[in-house]
Design a protein around this ligand. Structure first.
Ligand code: UDP
Ligand code: GLC
Length: 380
């Protein structure tokens, strides 16, 4: 099956990293069309996946945009649609991986007469999207998509609650290559030394810097924890959240935590860094659609605490393979951190369990088989 994948981003967010794994088995007969240039293109090329940047003009519609703003962007998107229609004629299927890709992909699928798959990586709730954006996504998916692959039950439920057709949706979790998450002791030790982490209790936060990812909650929690607890913040502001970055730095200074919080920026060595942590914290203040970092921490054998909402609740069984805390509750988070600090043996057993379960449930080979079966049963 020849697939034209579409993604709006040039940056490697979770949806884009997931797409690399999905596109890989089709790489000798697939093209990934991007609506922006950037490091994601390079990552695809490094994985020998054909990629073309279809436009370098960013589409001026935001998650909060109104209908009128949406209409204004039409002038911009028509040339892009024409290009996608032309490309689509050489493929059997259009696979839209993001919301703007759905808009373009849906219209192109109509004109090119090719079926459309929509991989839903978002929770279509009012916290995350304007009503207009939700309506557009739901209507386009309902009318044009033959299949909606949701990245979690939480994303699927929100889609259906917002009016999406239940009978075209199915849940497929993100897949991971467990081997990538095994780091040898000496490499871990070296990294800890380089980063000045030896002798400390290290909490890692791995996410783009954005208000709803809740790095500020972790910093507030840290202020309540014993002195040996330190934080590494791994990730960058991928979508222009510079005000939030400034706010985080001011918060760290105001709380006197400069020596205990290390901003590492975007890193390509997440598995090694996670292995160098005593605990990984996921602190999203809104429901996380899936939460790759949670599974990644499990695969590294590092204990994980996440917020009790969205996809995280499908990944963590509290007390068995991790901890859950209320979103936004820094006091509860500080308590969990302190428990992990004092009960290392118990927490290590939990992390060991988590690694075993995650390696079985999220193995990329199994996930890719699920996708391949879905596509061939629908479109062959
Ligand atoms: N990530 C990364 N480098 C960083 C920070 C994050 O490679 O510096 C990766 C992380 O390992 C994860 C992805 O970015 O695979 C983020 O995906 P997630 O689903 O957790 O959140 P998203 O940002 O997509 O909402
Ligand atoms: C999106 C979601 C994230 C999910 C990722 C992969 O970026 O925000 O929760 O893990 O897609 O499906």
């Amino acid at each position: 099956m020849k697939i034209l994948f579409l993604d709006q981003s040039g940056k490697p967010g979770g949806a884009e990293l997931c797409l690399i794994d999905i596109a890989k088995p089709y790489r000798d007969r697939a093209l990934v069309g991007l609506f922006a240039d950037g490091p994601f293109k390079t990552l695809l090329q490094q994985n020998q996946i054909s990629v073309e940047v279809l436009t370098t003009q960013s589409i001026q519609v935001k998650k909060s945009s109104s209908f009128l703003q949406g209409l204004k962007s039409l002038r911009q998107i028509i040339p892009l649609i024409i290009k996608v229609v032309k490309r689509a004629k050489g493929y059997d299927l259009i696979y839209a991986n993001t919301q703007k890709a759905l808009v373009i992909g849906a219209i192109a699928s109509f004109f090119a007469r090719r079926p459309l798959v929509y991989h839903l990586h978002d929770i279509l709730s009012k916290e995350h999207f304007s009503q207009t954006n939700r309506r557009i996504a739901i209507n386009l998916a309902n009318y044009f998509a033959s299949l909606v692959i949701a990245n979690s039950q939480a994303s699927q439920t929100a889609f259906v609650q917002a009016g999406g057709r239940a009978n075209i949706t199915t849940v497929v979790y993100n897949g991971f290559e467990p081997k990538i998450y095994q780091t040898c002791e000496s490499d871990v030790r070296q990294l800890q030394q380089e980063l000045g982490l030896i002798g400390k209790f290290v909490i890692g936060h791995f996410s783009r810097l954005a208000p709803w990812k809740g790095q500020h909650i972790l910093i507030d929690a840290l202020a309540k924890c014993p002195q040996q607890v330190t934080v590494i913040l791994v990730g960058d502001a991928l979508f222009g959240e510079q005000d939030y970055v400034q706010q985080l730095h001011r918060q760290v200074t105001a709380l006197g935590l400069k020596n205990r919080v290390n901003f590492l920026g975007f890193r390509a060595d997440v598995p090694q860094l996670m292995a160098a942590c005593d605990l990984v914290a996921h602190t999203s203040t809104f429901a996380e659609p899936f939460g790759r970092v949670i599974v990644e921490a499990m695969l590294c054998g590092t204990p994980v605490v996440a917020t009790k909402a969205g996809g995280a609740m499908e990944l963590i069984e509290p007390g068995i393979n991790g901890f859950l805390v209320q979103p936004g509750d820094f006091q509860e988070l500080a308590q969990v951190i302190t428990t992990c600090l004092h009960e290392r043996h118990k927490t290590a057993t939990m992390a060991h369990n988590a690694r075993k379960i995650a390696s079985q449930h999220f193995d990329v080979k199994i996930i890719n088989q699920q996708i391949s079966q879905l596509l061939s049963s629908k479109f062959n």
